[in-house]
Design a protein around this ligand. Sequence first.
Ligand code: 3HC
Length: 287
Amino acid sequence: MTDIERVGVVGCGQMGAGIAEVCARAGLDVRVAETTGEALEIGRTRLFNSLSKAADRGKISEAELKATQDRLSFTTDLGEFADRDLVIEAVVENEQVKTEIFQVLDQVVTRQDAILASNTSSIPLVKLAVATSRPDQVVGIHFFNPAPVQQLVELIPALTTSEGTLGRAQLFAEKALGKHAIRAQDRSGFVVNALLIPYLLSAIRMFESGIASREDIDNGMELGCAHPMGPLKLSDLIGLDTVASVAYSMYEEYKEPLYAAPPLLQRMVDAGRLGRKSGSGFYTYGQ
Ligand SMILES: C[C@H](O)CC(=O)SCCNC(=O)CCNC(=O)[C@H](O)C(C)(C)COP(=O)(O)OP(=O)(O)OC[C@H]1O[C@@H](n2cnc3c(N)ncnc32)[C@H](O)[C@@H]1OP(=O)(O)O
């Protein structure tokens, strides 16, 4: 079994909240950190709403709901992560921000064998690993949105990651969380985004060039290929800022035109149309 009982999650946005929910529902003690009290309150509300929905839909009993809530604690102070066995960073896809968090975690997490993991979609793990004094204990654990639903986790060892750390991360993902784990090398996009992002960018280019309407593009893939959602709806779900930043990282790494973000994507990000989380993207939400 896994030796991980106390988990820290840095960031309580879409992914952080989902990851914290998965861990707490798996019976682990979970502490969640955000930068400000306001961000923490928004994150806590997002997480508790999702848990309440799970209870309303009969996925967890009222007693499990209460027990899961009790396993969750919230803080704005990373110093409270000292006793964590595993910390999963799930903040914005920004190398500098993530690097600084890893430097702080390295200072505050006192457990000698603690694993420091990142949910990054595209930033080289090795850069985060060498920002710490324990590069052998840094690993990528990449979840998919919505984290409570998607069965997959990608495990990404940096060049410095030890086999022991990778093995413990795999046991955690599979045994503690019940996810299916696949391994990928530390190359931008790993397995899933390396295949998915060019597809999403192609759909945005298709829409931008007027070849088809957004609905027809999405219906094409939903009804023609049985995808649960079409590429423009999926881009809205992931967040257009995230799609753009993953595309930039991949373009930076490979210099392949298929990874270049189309102008429309960047304009939408500049306009604050980030998809579901901002209320509008390719579609409008919450009206
Ligand atoms: C970019 C990153 O690095 C990587 C990524 O994340 S790539 C993105 C990967 N994700 C995808 O490809 C998502 C594809 N879409 C889907 O899987 C589905 O459309 C979807 C799960 C989002 C919604 O499913 P859909 O059937 O349309 O809606 P709905 O009936 O509301 O939900 C289906 C089930 O998922 C659950 N669900 C949906 N959204 C949820 C959420 N945010 N949290 C928890 N559960 C959720 C529902 O409760 C429901 O569960 P039930 O069937 O047991 O009652």
